[in-house]
Write a protein that binds this ligand. Structure first.
Ligand SMILES: NC(=O)c1ccc[n+]([C@@H]2O[C@H](COP(=O)([O-])OP(=O)(O)OC[C@H]3O[C@@H](n4cnc5c(N)ncnc54)[C@H](O)[C@@H]3O)[C@@H](O)[C@H]2O)c1
Length: 434
C-alpha cells in the first residue's frame, strides 16, 4: 500500500513510521518546512521513546520519506490519512477544524485514481460528511471514499500502542474503503488487534466517548482523593480496592493534579459542545470539565498551605512540567496553571523537566530552569513533584534534604510512601493519603 500521512506531528509521525515498519510505502507530509528539514537531517522533532530508531530504520529501508509536497504524495497514494491538529477553538471550546478542512481541500485537488481519504485526527461527529462534501465540491470527478479511523495511541507509549492496539476502529460504509483499510491494517492482525467496522459518525463519536470516559475516571478518583483527605482514608488503597474489580479496572485510577495534555482537555470540551448543539447535553462531562479545571487551582492552594499559607518571597522547586512522563508535550499541562498561580502569590519558581523545558520556556514566564533535580532543589523552601518521571522516583533523600532550605516535599503523584518520607525527616504532603 502507498500511504500519504498529512500532518507529521505526534500522531502522524508515529503512525507513518509504524505503517512503514509494517512494509507499506509511506510519505509523511507537513507544511512546517523546518519540521521536514529536521526529519531529512535525521532529527526527530518530538520526544517519543523509540521513535528515532524506528524512523531511521524505515528511512534507511526506503519505506518512509518526508516532504512538504502534498500534491505528489497524494497523487500516488492508495490511502491518505489526515493527522493534522484539531485544537480547541477560542471562545466556544468546539474543535477547530480549520486545518482539517484546509488539508481536505488540498487533497481534493491532488487526487488521482481511487483513493481512500481517512480522518485520523480527532474530529466531531459529522466532520467526515463535511470533509467528503468539500472534497467532492473541489474536485467533482475524484474517485474517492472518506473514512474515519480515530487514533487511540498514548504519547510516551505511542509505538507500542500503535502496534498493539486494544482495537482499530474504522468508520465507513464504502466496500472499497473497507478493503483498502483492511489491507493497510492487515499486518496488525498478527498482533490479534480486533478491527471494528462501523458507520463513520459512530467511529467519530467512539473516540470522544473513550476520552471523555477516561477523563471522567481520573476526575472521579481525584474527588475520592479529596474525600480520603477529609475522612482519613488512603486513596491508593481505595483505587486498588475498586480497580481489582474487573468491571472497573485498575488503569486511570491514580489521583493527581488533574488531567491535562493535548487530548483530554480539548476533547471533553468539544464533546460538551457537540452534545449541547445536538440538544443532548452530557451533564456528567460538563461536571468533569468543571471539576478538573478547579482541581489545578486546588493543587496550587495545596502547595501554598504546605508552605505555611504564604509563598511570598519563597522559592518553590518544581520537578516535572509535562502533562505526563516520557513526552515533551506541554499542551494543557497542569503545571501551566499551577506555576503562574504560585508566582501570582509571590513565589519564585525554579523548575526541572527531563524533556519538557524547551517547550516550557515558551509557555511559562519568569521561571528559572535547572539542570537536574538537586540543582532545582538547591536553597528552595519546598520541592513539588508534578510529573512522575522515572528519574524522580528514587531521589537521594539525603542529597535532597541537604539541597533544600526546608525539608518540605509536596508530591502530587503519590510516588513516595508517607511513612518513609517522614522517617527521612521530610514534611511530606501527597494526594488523598493521611
Ligand atoms: N497527541 C496524541 O497523543 C493524540 C492521540 C490520539 C489522537 N490525537 C489527535 O490527532 C490529531 C493530531 O494530533 P497531534 O498531537 O499529532 O498534533 P500535532 O500538532 O503534533 O501535529 C499536527 C501537524 O499537522 C501539520 N499540519 C497542519 N495542517 C497541515 C496541512 N494542511 N498539511 C500538512 N501538514 C499540516 C502541523 O504543521 C503539525 O506538524 C489531533 O486531532 C489529535 O486530537 C492525538
Amino acid at each position: 500500500m502507498r500511504i500519504a500521512m498529512i500532518g507529521t506531528g505526534y500522531v502522524g509521525l508515529v503512525s507513518g513510521a509504524c505503517f512503514a515498519d509494517f512494509g507499506h510505502q509511506v510519505t509523511c507530509v507537513d507544511k512546517d518546512e523546518s519540521k521536514i528539514a529536521a526529519l531529512h537531517r535525521g532529527e526527530i522533532p518530538i520526544f517519543e521513546p523509540g521513535l528515532d530508531a524506528l524512523v531511521a530504520a524505515n528511512v534507511k529501508a526506503r519505506r518512509l520519506d518526508f516532504t512538504t509536497d502534498l500534491k505528489a504524495s497524494v497523487a500516488e497514494a492508495d490511502a491518505v490519512f489526515i493527522a493534522v491538529g484539531t485544537p480547541s477553538r477560542r471562545g466556544d471550546g468546539h474543535a477547530d477544524l480549520t486545518y482539517v478542512y484546509a488539508a481536505a481541500r488540498e487533497i481534493a485537488q491532488a487526487l488521482q485514481g481511487f483513493t481512500v481519504v481517512v480522518t485520523k485526527s480527532t474530529v466531531p461527529v459529522g466532520t467526515g460528511d463535511e470533509v467528503e462534501r468539500r472534497i467532492r465540491e473541489t474536485n467533482p470527478r475524484a474517485d474517492v471514499a472518506v473514512a474515519s479511523n480515530p487514533e487511540f495511541l498514548r504519547e510516551g507509549a505511542a509505538i507500542r500502542d500503535f502496534k498493539f492496539p486494544d482495537r482499530i476502529v474504522v468508520g465507513t460504509s464504502d466496500e472499497r474503503a473497507r478493503k483498502v483499510l483492511g489491507d493497510v491494517y492487515r499486518p496488525l492482525s498478527l498482533n490479534q488487534a480486533p478491527m471494528m467496522f462501523t458507520a463513520r459518525r459512530t467511529a467519530e463519536l467512539i473516540k470522544y466517548a473513550a476520552n471523555a470516559f477516561l477523563a471522567t475516571k481520573i476526575t472521579f478518583i481525584n474527588e475520592i482523593a479529596d474525600l480520603c483527605e477529609a475522612v482519613g482514608a488512603d486513596v491508593q488503597e481505595v483505587s486498588r480496592g475498586i480497580g481489582l474489580d474487573n468491571r472497573i479496572g485498575r488503569k486511570f485510577l491514580n489521583a493527581g493534579p488533574g488531567y491535562g495534555g493535548s487530548c483530554f482537555p480539548k476533547d471533553t470540551l468539544a464533546l460538551m459542545k457537540t452534545a449541547r448543539d445536538a440538544g443532548a447535553p452530557i451533564e456528567l462531562i460538563e461536571t468533569t470539565v468543571r471539576v478538573n479545571t478547579a482541581r489545578k487551582q486546588k493543587m496550587a492552594q495545596k502547595i501554598i498551605e504546605a508552605l505555611g499559607g504564604n509563598v511570598g518571597g519563597k522559592t518553590v522547586a518544581i520537578l516535572g512540567l509535562t502533562f505526563k512522563p516520557n513526552t515533551d508535550d506541554m499542551r494543557d499541562a497542569p503545571a501551566l496553571d499551577i506555576v503562574p498561580t504560585l508566582q501570582a502569590e509571590g513565589a519564585k519558581v525554579r523548575a526541572f523537566d527531563p524533556e519538557g523545558m524547551t517547550e516550557a520556556k515558551h509557555m511559562l514566564k519568569d521561571v528559572q530552569f535547572a539542570t537536574g533535580p538537586y540543582d532545582c532543589a538547591d536553597g528552595a523552601d519546598a520541592v513539588v513533584i508534578i510529573t512522575e518521571w522515572d528519574q524522580f522516583r528514587a531521589l537521594d533523600f539525603k542529597r535532597l534534604k541537604q539541597a533544600l532550605k526546608a525539608p518540605v516535599v509536596i508530591d502530587l503523584r503519590n510516588i513516595y510512601s508517607p511513612a518513609e518520607m517522614r522517617a527521612h525527616g521530610f514534611t511530606y504532603v501527597s494526594v488523598g493519603r493521611a
